[in-house]
Design a binder for this molecule. Structure first.
Ligand code: ATP
Length: 382
């Protein structure tokens, strides 16, 4: 059992607010990923949970018990770092068994437990080797085994895959997902890699400049980003974000900008309202006839199965991710269409997702995200 509660935790280093007033409730058995750009405070937050840093303020609870000031070894947590920190002079077997030996467990008990964990991670044939004779992926598995051997309540991992090459990283990712399913233990995992977060997490906490920008399942963050920061961080290429205006035509709302005139799929009355419009590249379709967007093709990138079509839309640029071959040529003008449900609206200053008051979906299947979102656009922002 390991439920981790982080309550109003802050950490200040001199003049730097590394972590600012973070609240997180991580349920037993979750795979929670702390995601965010470099320097946003992910590692500092993890280190406070591990007991390697003391918060400036706030509390950390493990299964309801306040562990904020407990020494790392008194917490029922195991930490796996980016650098494997294995003992080079010890065999794999002794490296894995080290945490039990330092707890003075009987030798037979240690051997039994090491054998069990080694089998789980397919390390049995390597038990007699020293770390220098292992690949990066094998070393990472030994580090993981050493964390598992104590059977901790939760695993804390700080970018454990970042030293691996792309192929091995993908394989180890799959192993970690399998391991989490088998063990059912709480995982708290730090990364700046959105693919790791999207593929492994049951929930993601996206951090921005020391605070939590959004917490939710990968799908929630991707499909209903609560701000332009979340919208721009998740997705490759990221969501297209453009300054635009929402206005009404015959009782129907439309969003417009240079080269853009798209229906929002809701009926309402309003004056002109400035917004930031967001459309994911893969939600744009090439549409030679009509087109909610019209622009000039600047460049086409071949990704193999798909193409990235970069367009100039007046002074702005957008990107569409379309099946290959798209059959478009640089320098020509093309039209693109987008489903109203795939149009996101954000407040132009705060960057927060907008909700339209009194809005009525025109069709039930075309109800846009912003018809039920968290922030209101009119009459005022909350
Ligand atoms: P990265 O992905 O680059 O590791 P991160 O999101 O893990 O970044 P942290 O390492 O937690 O970020 O750092 C958050 C902020 O706190 C940064 O501005 C960093 O420079 C600062 N910081 C971290 N540790 C210390 C320290 N011991 N002393 C002073 N400043 C620190």
């Amino acid at each position: 059992m390991a439920r981790l509660q982080i309550e109003a935790v802050s950490k200040r280093f001199g003049a730097t607010d590394a972590v600012r007033d973070v609240d997180l409730d991580i349920a037993d058995g979750e795979f929670m990923v702390l995601l965010g750009p470099s320097g946003c405070g992910k590692s500092t937050l993890l280190r406070m949970i591990a007991g390697l840093e003391l918060p400036t303020s706030g509390r950390i609870l493990l299964d309801g018990r306040d562990i904020t000031e407990l020494a790392p070894q008194q917490r029922d947590l195991a930490m796996v770092f980016q650098s494997y920190a294995l003992y080079p002079h010890l065999t794999v077997e002794r490296n894995i068994g080290f945490p039990l030996k330092s707890r003075r467990l009987p030798r037979a008990r240690i051997a039994e437990r090491v054998a069990q964990v080694a089998a789980t991670l397919e390390l049995t044939p390597l038990l007699g080797r020293r770390p220098a004779a292992l690949s990066g992926g094998q070393r990472q598995r030994v580090a993981l085994a050493r964390a598992m051997v104590r059977d901790p309540g939760a695993f804390l991992m700080d970018e454990p895959l970042s030293n691996l090459d792309a192929k091995l990283r993908s394989a180890t990712r799959a192993e970690l997902i399998g391991l989490h399913r088998r063990l059912g233990t709480t995982f708290l995992y730090v990364t700046h890699d959105q693919v790791e977060a999207m593929t492994m997490a049951t929930r993601i906490a996206l951090l921005n400049d020391g605070h939590v920008e959004q917490v939710g399942t990968p799908t929630e963050l991707y499909d209903r980003p609560r701000s332009t920061f979340v919208a721009g961080f998740l997705g490759a290429p990221p969501m297209n974000l453009l300054p635009a205006t929402v206005s009404e035509r015959a009782g129907r709302l439309r969003v417009g900008a240079e080269g853009l005139d798209a229906a929002l799929g809701i009926a309402d009355t309003c004056g002109d309202t400035a917004v930031t419009v967001g459309i994911r590249p893969e939600r744009l379709r090439i549409d030679p006839t009509a087109g909610d967007l019209r622009g000039r093709v600047r460049m086409v990138e071949n990704l193999g199965s798909e193409e990235l079509v970069h367009l100039d839309l007046g002074m702005r640029q957008i990107c569409a991710r379309v099946p290959r071959p798209a059959g478009v040529v640089a320098g020509t003008e093309i039209g693109l269409s987008v489903d109203p449900a795939d149009i996101h609206l954000f407040h132009p200053e705060s960057g927060l997702r907008m909700k339209w008051h009194g809005a009525q979906p025109v069709r039930a299947d075309a109800e846009p995200d912003h018809a039920e979102a968290d922030v209101s656009v009119a009459p005022s922002l909350s």
